[in-house]
Write a protein that binds this ligand. Structure first.
Ligand code: MG
Length: 339
């Protein structure tokens, strides 16, 4: 297998702000895995939150290239494990390789990837559409522009939460999911906010408090009127058993898990522990999103909107119609480069 690494800059339609910070563009590593004339595509939407950078991902990919050079891409299960063992972390790099391997295999067999997994394209869920933190008038404008999406995800976790929710409710009565992105530090403060959000018609709250505070989350869950969903607290299957005592659900992202194969294992494990499952994403092109969408018939909630935030998406693939994820018919993860 030949591995080619390129970098691309994704320009965002609006400055993207969450409780951690802001950005106007994202520059990521993208890969092409070529063997026997078939090319598998992968994307590494790295995240500084997990100690990943453009350089650290690039270094990992180069190390993996040596491992993949003489390997058989059809042995994707074994190869995925070997890539995982190259080192701790750098999950986005592992994800890029796994996406490319799965894309390659489904293309080689001439079918869309979800067919290999035994999933039906008509079983995809609705996706929420995320509204980043902004001036209240701009958030309201974004909500009005998101008229095609029946479910919205609102980013909170700062000092303006109440003003934001009032502004949101002024312009919409849609289902609202809230992501605090670790923003509420005190559990009593978190509980007060959650009780108030329940009265504002919110469906659930994602990562209300900083990661690694499972005792506080377990306490919060005992008192919370809303389900609590882990995001920053969960990366791979290894994290899940401990979370089942504290959370109602988990947000799986292929860029955190290290790819589709680990996300699949996480879905099976989370189900066996009675957890609800959300499939989320980073800001990603349609390549990463279309790969994740292949697993979406398996989950309760989807938040696969990262590509919708980009002005210059380099790929075309999965789409959204009236909020429902539409899987492409094409082979592999189903993306075509945009000319
Ligand atoms: Mg989140």
């Amino acid at each position: 297998m030949k591995l080619k690494i390129t970098t691309r800059t994704l320009e965002l339609k609006h400055t993207w702000t969450i409780s951690r910070g802001s950005s106007d563009s994202k520059t990521y590593n993208f890969i092409e895995l070529e063997d026997e004339g078939v090319v598998g595509l992968g994307e590494a939407a790295h995240n500084i939150r997990y100690d990943e950078s453009l350089e650290s991902i690039h270094d990992f990919l180069q190390e993996a290239a040596a491992l993949l050079k003489d390997a058989n891409p059809a042995a994707f299960f074994e190869l995925g494990l070997a890539v995982n063992q190259l080192g701790m972390g750098q999950q986005a790099a592992k994800a890029a390789i796994d996406i490319a391997l799965m894309d390659w295999n489904a293309k080689k067999l001439g079918v869309p990837l979800h067919r290999i997994l035994g999933l039906q394209s008509n079983k995809t869920p609705l996706t929420s559409y995320s509204i980043g933190i902004d001036k209240l008038e701009i958030m309201q404008q974004k909500i009005i522009e998101a008229r095609d999406y029946p479910i919205l995800k609102i980013k909170l976790g700062g000092d303006d939460d109440e003003a934001i929710m009032h502004a949101v409710r002024e312009v919409t009565n849609k289902i609202i999911r809230v992501d605090a992105n670790e923003g509420w530090v005190d559990r009593n403060e978190a509980l007060e906010k959650i009780k108030w959000l329940a009265r504002m018609g919110v469906e659930f709250v994602e990562q209300p408090m900083p990661a690694n505070r499972l005792d506080d989350i377990a306490w919060l869950r005992q008192h919370s009127p809303l389900p609590l969903v882990a995001d920053e607290d969960v990366k791979t299957a290894r994290d899940i058993p401990a979370l089942a005592m504290a959370y109602d659900g988990i947000n799986i992202k292929i860029m955190k898990s290290g790819g589709l194969q680990e996300a699949w294992r996480m879905i099976l494990l989370a189900r066996s522990l009675g957890l609800k499952i959300m499939l989320g994403c980073m800001v990603e092109s349609s390549l990463g999103i279309s790969a994740a969408a292949q697993l979406s018939p398996l989950v309760d909630w989807a938040d696969l909107d990262g590509n919708l935030l980009i002005r210059n998406d380099p790929f075309q693939g999965a789409s959204v119609k009236a909020g429902k994820i539409i899987l492409p018919n094409a082979t592999g993860v189903g993306v075509q480069p945009m000319m």
